[in-house]
Write a protein that binds this ligand. Structure first.
Ligand code: B12
Length: 214
């Protein structure tokens, strides 16, 4: 498994905010295969978890979180290109957004790339999306799936409010709702009343493919 050390090196380079090294590693990994590019996404998540841990412990500050996010932003086009496929949109539509009050979008953007690569058409509503915008997007785009991303503890309330708004609009039976993001759990899924949840983009894509009948 000659590639594994590189994956671990990528997570470490991100945690240490070694920009050039991290981007060189992304280039080397994505050049290998689409599977390797998917592994790179796992490494990015692990590296960012470490950044978050250091922030929580007071070793890193907001500036470090911003810088680490900038490195990932630069890696995005490389990952998108590596995962690009021909049959985009054939599995149906997914409306995706980071819920109200939450500005984190790295995980959402990565899952959007992976869903697109898997054959879904993704309608990305962006960040800080209020419940009413999700409702409007469902009416407008008639998606099969709605994906709610959230990284803050507070976002769990916004996820619940979003699912309630979808229900109140009479649209809940028309869509499957999946929750994603680091703090999401089976318990949150039960409280929010979603159809699925994950902390991992690859698993999220597998769930969505199952719902699409693949
Ligand atoms: C980078 C970062 C930031 C960046 C975000 C930049 C950006 N463009 O996203 C900046 C600097 C802006 C930021 C700001 C803040 N942050 Co911040 N941030 C992080 C950090 C370090 C990494 C997040 C990340 O990108 N992870 C990498 C991605 C790949 O992982 P992911 O999001 O979990 O996504 C994966 C899966 O979950 C899944 N997924 C994600 N979404 C979805 C959706 C669907 C539908 C599916 C299927 C799957 C899926 O796929 C992804 C790939 O596998 C986290 C730490 C952490 N462990 O999460 C803290 C963290 C989330 N932030 C935190 C905090 C406190 C803040 C601030 C309040 C700080 C402040 N004092 O201002 C603000 C809040 C701003 C706001 N209102 O949102 C806390 C939250 C604490 C809490 N419990 O609420 C954390 C946990 C850090 C910590 N340990 O204290 N942050």
């Amino acid at each position: 498994m000659k590639q594994e050390p590189r994956i671990e090196q990528l997570a470490a380079a991100l945690a240490e905010m070694e920009e050039d090294k991290a981007l060189e590693l992304v280039d080397a990994i994505v050049a290998e295969s689409p599977e390797a590019a998917r592994d790179a996404i796992g490494a990015i998540q692990a590296g960012m978890d470490e950044v978050g841990r250091r922030f929580q412990e007071g070793d890193y500050f907001l500036a470090e979180m911003i810088f680490a996010a900038e490195i990932v932003k630069q890696a995005m086009p490389r990952l998108t290109a590596a995962l690009k496929t021909e049959d985009q949109g054939s599995l149906g539509r997914v409306v995706l957004g980071t819920v109200r009050g939450d500005l984190h979008d790295i995980g959402k953007n990565l899952v959007a790339v992976m869903l697109t690569a898997a054959g879904f058409e993704v309608v990305d509503l962006g960040i800080d999306v209020p419940p009413a915008r999700f409702v409007k997007a469902i009416q407008e785009h008639q998606p099969l799936i709605v994906g709610l991303s959230g990284l803050l503890t507070l976002s769990l309330d916004a996820m619940k409010a979003t699912v309630e708004a979808i229900r109140e609009a009479g649209l809940r039976d028309q869509v499957k709702v999946i929750l994603g993001g680091n703090p999401v759990s089976g318990y949150i899924h039960d409280v929010v009343g979603s159809d699925g949840w994950t902390n991992n983009a690859a698993e999220g894509v597998a769930i969505c493919k199952q719902w699409a009948g693949v």
